[in-house]
Design a protein around this ligand. Structure first.
Ligand SMILES: [Zn+2]
Length: 224
């Protein structure tokens, strides 16, 4: 299968509310705050891993379109809700775009989408540099009271680190169009995935209002 063209989605992710994307340790991370955001180990700057954005786009699209896997005993496809789509069928938009889950020989291969890590924008960096030194951090640490549900008493607060509202990160997604692909459909699916994430949240604690984002981007074709 030949690569026909690459469609690139370039722009920014604007944080409408504070955002908390955790590292591999998740909420169990030990450090200055009870819960730390993921940072580039070289620069100490927070970023949003491409895999986090891609995973959220995928799970939101699967909530809408469903996910399936092949059941060997029943010898048919069954719907699943506890894992990503692994059907690997050529006509499955999810498997075509994101790759078939645990299905290395999938007919839908190769994976068409590539989501790069979302780095801090220069604009956000400049904003932080203008702050007085005592506030000149990329992050805010927020104490949140935990209420003991048995007694109703407030326990000692947890300290949650997050990237403040108003921060912005780069958005850089590449979509590979192979010969025979429905280019418009795949492009629309990427746009829809981003729109669904904007209607939901990115990172953790979405139900507490974290992670509301807006995507501003342009779509361009690149010859190969
Ligand atoms: Zn599938």
């Amino acid at each position: 299968m030949r690569l026909k063209k690459i469609i690139s989605f370039q722009g920014t992710i604007q944080c409408v509310t504070g955002i908390a994307v955790r590292g591999a340790g998740g909420d169990l991370g030990i450090g200055g705050a009870d819960s730390e955001v993921i940072k580039n180990p070289l620069t100490g700057e927070p970023y949003i891993p491409g895999s986090s954005l891609k995973g959220k786009m995928r799970s939101q699209l699967e909530r809408k379109y469903g996910a399936r896997r092949y059941d060997r005993r029943a010898m048919e496809f069954i719907n699943v809700t506890d894992q990503p789509c692994g059907c690997g069928e050529k006509d499955c938009p999810i498997c075509t775009l994101f790759g078939a889950h645990m299905n290395p020989g999938a007919k839908s291969a190769p994976t068409r989408i590539l989501v790069r890590d979302c780095e801090m924008t220069d604009a956000f960096r400049a904003q932080v540099e203008q702050l007085p030194p005592e506030r000149g951090s990329y992050l805010e640490v927020k104490g949140e009271n935990i209420i003991d549900r048995q007694t109703g008493a407030a326990k000692s607060p947890r300290f949650i680190e997050r990237v403040p509202a108003g921060a912005s990160f780069s958005l850089n997604i590449l979509l590979q169009i192979m010969e025979g692909d429905d280019e418009e459909k795949l492009t629309a699916l990427v746009r829809e995935g981003l729109a669904l994430v904007a209607d939901s949240y990115l990172g953790s604690s979405g139900s507490r209002g974290y992670g509301q984002v807006r995507f501003d981007y342009t779509v361009e074709e690149k010859a190969v």
